[in-house]
Ligand binder design. Structure first.
Ligand SMILES: [Zn+2]
Length: 253
């Protein structure tokens, strides 16, 4: 994702004023009702009652009072002086039961932060995910082999959800040997993208859809996927709900 701090802060204020609306979505004892679409990674508050949007927040943010949150240190935000405190904040949120997932976190070879520091912070997120049994939302740019190396070393049991996934068949095949899921978003709308190819070849039980930092409707991505696969959208809605229920240990009623 390409985050925008100013917009995000505006979003958080908006979120705080709207949380009562979200509470209408039933979230009691891990049972969720009234959901159709799932947006597994978004930076924008979602106000549609039939959409479950897993809202990404950063440790320094005011945490919105809504049940579907993930929190992590994006590789671009890593600050050597403050990351330990931020990880403590994430752990406090986990202890409080406020997070459904950890992330986005990961490795990014486009940015200046030293690889060794990125890896240290990423490993700490993986260890937290293991300790609290939460899925990870993974941000990975040109570093998939490094993530595989870490999975081999750490042998995590929790699922890794690669967000904004748009990699070639060779990388996808290598990743499928691990407990990973692919979240498809913007790239699915681009003709002949890797994401479009992947959608046609990978088992649907390894997929999610997302809007990330785009201000688009998640339904448009479901619609595009249904068109590519030539299936009814309802088939995808059901499948992604099943995937989400399994990965996040919740029940849709
Ligand atoms: Zn993102």
């Amino acid at each position: 994702m390409d985050y925008d701090t100013v917009n995000y802060q505006t979003q958080i204020k908006y979120t705080a004023s709207c949380f009562v609306f979200l509470r209408k979505q039933n979230f009691v004892q891990n049972k969720i009702s009234g959901i159709g679409y799932i947006d597994v990674h978004t930076h924008h508050f979602n106000e549609q009652a039939n959409v479950l949007g897993l809202l990404n927040v950063y440790p320094e943010d005011l945490i919105p009072q809504q049940p579907y949150l993930s929190c992590g240190i994006h590789p671009r935000q890593i600050n050597e002086q403050s990351y330990t405190k931020e990880l403590e904040r994430i752990e406090a949120l986990l202890k409080d039961g406020q997070l459904m997932a950890i992330g986005e976190t990961g490795l990014d070879k486009r940015i200046d932060a030293p690889a060794i520091l990125q890896e240290e912070v990423f490993i700490r997120h993986i260890q937290l995910a293991e300790a609290y049994n939460k899925p990870l939302i993974i941000h990975c740019v040109k570093a998939h082999n490094d993530v595989i190396r870490l999975m081999n070393k750490l042998k995590p049991a929790v699922p890794f959800i690669f967000h904004a996934y748009n990699q070639n068949a060779q990388i996808t095949k290598a990743l499928l040997n691990y407990p990973v899921y692919f979240s498809l978003g913007k790239a699915l709308h681009h003709a002949n993208s890797h994401a479009q190819q992947l959608l046609k070849t990978v088992d649907l039980n390894r997929l999610f859809f997302e809007t990330d930092d785009e201000k688009t409707n998640i339904a448009a991505t479901y619609c595009k996927a249904a068109e590519i696969l030539q299936v009814e959208e309802a088939v995808l809605i059901e499948q992604i709900k099943n995937n989400f229920a399994e990965v996040f240990s919740i029940t849709f009623v």
